[in-house]
Design a protein around this ligand. Sequence first.
Ligand code: GAF
Length: 390
Amino acid sequence: MKGNEVSPLSRTAVAERAAEQFRVWHGAEPGGVWYAPGRANLIGEHTDYNEGWVLPFALDQSVVVAARRRGDGALDIRSRQAEGPVTVPLATLRAGSVTGWAAYPAGVAWALREAGHAVGGASLVIDSDLPQGAGLSSSAAIECATAVALATLYQVGVSRPELARLARRAENEMVGVPSGIMDQSASLLCEAGHALLLDCRSGDTAPVPLDPAAAGLELLLVDTGARHALTDGRYALRRAECEQAARALGARSLRDVDDPARTAEIADPVLARRARHVITDNCRVRAAVDLLNAGDLAGLGPLLHASHASLRDDFEISWPEANVAAEAAEAGGGLGARMMGGGFGGSVIALVPADAEGPREAIAAAYASRGWPPPRFLPAPPSAGAGRLL
Ligand code: GAF
């Protein structure tokens, strides 16, 4: 028995749907329609807020925003996937003043204005073909689609890396999640056919060729069905543990520690394990970049496997469905698989031979034998970052 294969709508189809919804709700044409994709992360998990390295790539699935300027200084925010509308006068925005799903787009308008950009009112109609809670960064995609829409509507001259920082500020200070910069950077800066190497301390980026099809391979996402939320406190706890571990090592951050053996200097065994994950995953990111630059995509398999073990045993953020899916993907002929994202729910990324049914069948069978609902499969060709559609 197979799981469900998810075929994305084309971005243009989602954009046209959002534009049509805008006409229905506002009786007017939108000023434009913008999109920002979700992301997968090849390797480097929970390394971003430790000032380390990450290697994400953009997905085909995205969040779309149909938007138009308003003259009344208010944001009117509606979504085809959520209750609304939410109307917020811009002048009343403060950190934490908007809660729920609308905090993401409202937070971006707030962060742009806090940075001195003359952004005024807007009607925003949000639509998406990106699954929520699947660890594919739907929140950052809402932020980034709003950011490119508002920046264009108000002709704000702001670079993509700066937009990523402002979108992250929205998440940190309006939503209250202490996330790193990976997701917003991936959504705004990725290029088709490439992963994005991001140094989260310097902000330096480099596109790294990532063309699984040319290597006879496929990057497959498995939505494990277990839902996750960065707002539940466990993400923030891991971040605090990493900061404690860095202090115990006398380091500014765990990025400054290269040798995993140094974790023996940390008295608390939990903090030592957290540090070992971050230190070894940073090494794996750099090893992965060397392999990709050498054209050895298949060589990533053992790195994915090792990263999963580290996230499961040292960082302790994996979950039963991810462990089963990763193990079955490899047993079914995959080259390597690991849990992806913040943890405790979401998706697994697997590197598998192109057109192979083995990994999908093995995962579906492992789920069925436990009585779990079938997982959903999303093929993940590395796609382009945010842009304008209409
Ligand atoms: C979430 C966060 F938003 C990112 O900043 C990153 O820390 C990731 O979890 C884990 O690598 O997606």
